[in-house]
Design a protein around this ligand. Structure first.
Ligand code: THU
Length: 129
């Protein structure tokens, strides 16, 4: 599948502008291409009860699920300046659960596979053993 990284970055930046991040002042936007060819995106949504804040990846995965848009093929994430961001550890796990084989992520250190950013991942397969 052809990946238009510029299109994904544009979508991530548009999502970032919708972020609700009054506590950290660190708006984040994420976007992904899925196996159905659809695009999904998300922004962080914080809370006065600080620990309850949702990362941008959470709303992205929620849109993926609501759209029934398959698995994640390619993913990008940006900060308020449009600079690429690595997903936090928790969100790598979240993305892994919904990743297509060989899902790729655009990072500051280049294109990486999901296995590279979350090696030896715990996943659904472990629950079957
Ligand atoms: N954040 C994300 O949305 N995704 C990440 O992968 C890294 C961190 C958010 C959480 C919080 O609202 C803000 O960035 C500062 O940590």
């Amino acid at each position: 599948m052809q990946i238009d990284w510029q299109q994904l970055r544009d979508l991530a930046n548009a999502a970032m502008k919708k972020a609700y991040a009054p506590y950290s002042n660190f708006p984040v936007g994420a976007a992904a291409l899925t196996t159905t060819g659809e695009l999904v995106s998300g922004c962080n949504v914080e809370n006065a009860s600080y620990g309850l804040g949702l990362c941008a990846e959470c709303s992205l995965v929620s849109e993926l699920t609501m759209k029934q848009a398959g698995k994640l093929v390619a993913f990008t994430c940006v900060d308020k300046n449009g600079n690429l961001l690595m997903p936090c550890g928790r969100c790598r796990q979240l993305l892994f659960e919904h990743s297509a084989d060989d899902m790729v992520l655009e990072t500051a250190s280049g294109i990486k596979t999901i296995a590279e950013v979350l090696p030896d991942a715990f996943g659904p397969q472990d629950l079957d053993r």
